[in-house]
Design a protein around this ligand. Structure first.
Ligand SMILES: *Cc1c(COP(=O)(O)O)cnc(C)c1O
Length: 396
């Protein structure tokens, strides 16, 4: 997954161009920037590659989620379905919007299941939106998910922060619902150092997005001081230096995806010969971003044993999410307590869920048996073969 592995002179040259000819701020200063507009350039590249009408860069994937929620009209008191298996940011963005996260079950796609969503709708018929997280580079059952959203008038927000470049039936993840979010943080498929993007085909959502992430500025004309402010917002802007890194990285997206797919296939083919292993269900395997190889073992005990054995064989980058602090609900004690530094909007909602009691048994049954292996870009053939040799010692 990590684009930083192939940083070279091209990223440096892009940043240097900003420092020598351009300006650090993404808007205005037309007279001093010699027509260097890195954020605009990267936004144009994203729109073209992902075939989406609008892409708006912000400071992170998390602020992209916050901006996407607000711009799609999701705010105080609104209920938003979210999976128990995700990075905490997907939940934090909902809580900080004043909205209410409602946890729903995942299936063996490792993303929200249509059945789980239907089940949640029985107890919460007033769900406003789904934050659909494309975990570990691939998608869920998007036709069924989209149909449920359309049927119940639910906004589909896609957290595609881990799935840059992935597609479902030819459509980029992040562009299937009304609005999507990408992350370009230091360890993602494309890295700007820090950065993120909001994707949408809806011009109204786009206008709110660029306004909201820049204090409500309308971005009309060349005089920032004379702009009007249709809404309030905040500062979630990306800097030109970060965007410049992204311009160089985005040009490598095809190479990154090709390498990941090739490396992942070699490992997956090798693991396929062991009957105790089953794989994450990927509804459109040709669109997988291939940043991770996720597989399941028959029992929780065996999974722990295999995780330990892989570590002992010196294989890094193997994640047992079920036991980790950052990616699974079970261990998010601060979220069970809804703990912020100060009183949160959700504290004013009398009938909010008691998050210390939320149960997701179907997801537990899957995640307790799932391991994910990070797919690196820099692996040599010998390093891939070392992994395959280690598998032979461990798997039955
Ligand atoms: C990385 C990530 C985010 C947040 O992105 P940042 O750029 O680190 O703020 C959100 N959701 C998921 C699923 C992620 O993996």
């Amino acid at each position: 997954m990590p684009g930083f592995e192939i940083f070279d002179d091209s990223e440096k040259q892009q940043v240097q161009e900003v420092m020598e000819k351009g300006f650090t701020f993404r808007y205005n200063f037309d007279g001093m920037r010699n027509d260097v507009w890195k954020a605009r350039e990267l936004e144009g590249m994203i729109c073209e590659t992902l075939q989406v009408k609008h892409a708006h860069l912000v400071s992170s994937g998390t602020t992209a989620l916050s901006t996407a929620l607000a711009s799609a009209g999701i705010g105080a008191g609104d209920k938003v379905i979210v999976p128990p298996f995700t990075f905490v940011a997907s939940v934090e963005a909902i809580v900080l919007a004043g909205a209410i996260p409602i946890f729903s079950e995942i299936d063996e796609t490792l993303t929200l299941s249509p059945e789980g969503i239907q089940e949640t709708l029985k107890t919460h018929p007033d769900i406003k939106a789904i934050n659909f997280v494309h975990m570990c580079g691939s998608m869920g059952k998007m036709d069924e998910i989209k149909a449920i959203c359309d049927q119940h008038n639910i906004i589909l927000l896609e957290d595609a922060c881990q799935a840059t470049g992935a597609t479902y039936k030819g459509q980029a993840l992040g562009t299937i619902g009304q609005v999507g979010a990408l992350s370009f943080d230091s360890v993602k498929t494309i890295s700007c150092g820090e950065g993120g993007a909001i994707l949408t085909n809806d011009s109204k959502i786009y206008d709110f997005a660029h306004q909201y992430s820049d204090h409500g500025h309308d971005h009309i004309g060349m005089d920032r001081g004379a702009e009007t402010h249709p809404i309030m917002g905040s500062n979630y802007r990306i800097s030109e230096m970060n965007a410049a890194v992204g311009v160089a990285q985005w040009k490598k997206l095809d190479r990154i995806l090709d390498t990941q797919r090739r490396n992942k296939k070699a490992l997956k083919d090798a693991l396929s010969s062991y009957p105790e292993i089953s794989f994450r269900v990927i509804p459109d395997e040709s669109g997988d971003n291939a940043g991770f190889l996720s597989f399941m073992l028959p029992t929780e005990e065996r999974t722990q044993e295999v995780a330990k054995a892989l570590a002992e064989q010196g294989i890094p980058g193997v994640f047992y999410w079920y036991a980790n602090n950052w990616h699974y609900l079970k261990n998010w004690h601060h979220i069970h307590q809804m703990k912020g530094p100060a009183k949160l909007p959700i504290d004013l909602i009398a009938d909010r869920p008691d998050y210390s009691k939320v149960q997701t048994p179907k997801s537990d049954a899957i995640m307790s048996r799932t391991l994910s292996m990070l797919i690196n870009l820099s692996w040599t053939e010998a390093q891939i073969n070392e992994r395959i040799a280690a598998f032979a010692k461990i798997f039955r």
